[in-house]
Write a protein of this length. Structure first.
Length: 148
């Protein structure tokens, strides 16, 4: 099976110029927003409508919101608000992806030239990394992942 290059990125702890330069330099053609909520005023330049415009104007990239790849409110609140344990979050989110059968609803080609976006600045404790790991497990390593 041919591998597909995919990137991931977070928007916190960076400037707009730093964010968009990384996207542009990586040659991203589509940003897939995997946040459950993408309209918060706290998101700054990464608020959905603004982000779609900036990506088009600055990077010539498309914007897609794909909440299928986001955790549920319950999973998010248990980890963020209630300061839950990462391993519990990880297990819950992996089970959610299994239940949703995302590997059957998506195809590797859909991720060609794409970048998964969420808020976390690093991928270590972020669900965008888990999405890639889960899909690679199910698809036999079809995704070649780079964290921007």
């Amino acid at each position: 099976m041919e591998t597909v290059d995919i990137a991931t990125i977070g928007f916190t702890k960076t400037t707009a110029s730093g964010f968009f330069e990384r996207v542009k330099k990586a040659g991203i053609t589509k940003v897939i927003d995997v946040r459950l909520h993408n309209t918060s005023q706290l998101a700054g330049f990464a608020k959905a409508e603004d982000l779609a415009y900036f990506l088009r104007a600055i990077c010539a990239a498309d914007y897609v919101h794909l909440p299928l790849l986001a955790p549920t409110d319950d999973i998010l609140k248990a980890y963020k608000r209630d300061k839950g344990d990462w391993t519990v979050y990880e297990t819950s989110f992996m089970q959610l992806m299994e239940n949703r059968k995302i590997e059957h609803r998506l195809k590797p080609e859909m991720f060609r030239g794409a970048c998964l976006l969420c808020s976390e600045d690093k991928p270590h404790h972020c669900h965008r990394r888990l999405v890639c790991e889960y899909l690679n497990l199910k698809w036999g390593g079809a995704l070649k992942v780079k964290h921007l």
